[in-house]
Design a protein. Sequence first.
Length: 132
Amino acid sequence: VELAATLSHQFDFTQIYYRVGYGRVIAEQTLGQSIDHNKVDLELGYFLNESWTAKVFSNAKKGSGYFGGYDPTSELFYHHDQRAPHNYASVGFGVDYNFNKYTLSTSVQKEIWGEVIFNFQYAFELRLSRAF
């Protein structure tokens, strides 16, 4: 279950906006290990015109998990990815293009900190969404 809130605001008489989000994820324990975590999303953007938006953003996740070693023959080892905290922080930039009821988004982000997680260096996203 994720309990979350997001605040967005466009500054008066400008094309600049910001978005701040926070979420607390409460998850079922895995073999007695809590994996609850907090998420924070920050975004600062600029509306170039009615169709295009440019933005810079940051994402972070920090929470509970198991940091110790594992016996590779135990059941705990089988669930080690589920029990790890996977904490990270990243920064990136992107653009959105709005047409009709669709939005085409693309972004690039870089991991700047990670703890017990794959080091993804850079991530690229391409997404098409439709408004209803």
